[in-house]
Design a protein around this ligand. Structure first.
Ligand code: SF4
Length: 70
């Protein structure tokens, strides 16, 4: 798995407890909304290092390797 990849997408098939990514490799794409979401929706203390979120599909994350848990 990639070393040092901290990920908060807890409903990804590759996600491991402790906010680690268990995929052999990952592909990252630009997410035009990432900056806006960080500023508007997760301002202040809400976006901690160990917060957890859920995504419905890979397009909603910056990670193209994302796969929803079965
Ligand atoms: S979303 Fe990407 S970085 Fe996060 S656990 Fe899944 S594959 Fe790894």
């Amino acid at each position: 798995m990639p070393k040092g990849v901290t990920c908060s997408v807890a409903n990804c098939n590759f996600w491991k407890e402790g906010n680690n990514c268990g995929a052999d490799e990952i592909k990252i794409e630009i997410d035009q909304h990432a900056g806006a979401n960080l500023n508007e929706e997760f301002a202040g203390d809400e976006l901690g290092l160990y917060h957890q979120d859920e995504a419905k599909q890979s397009a909603a994350t910056c990670c193209q390797t994302f796969k929803p848990k079965e």
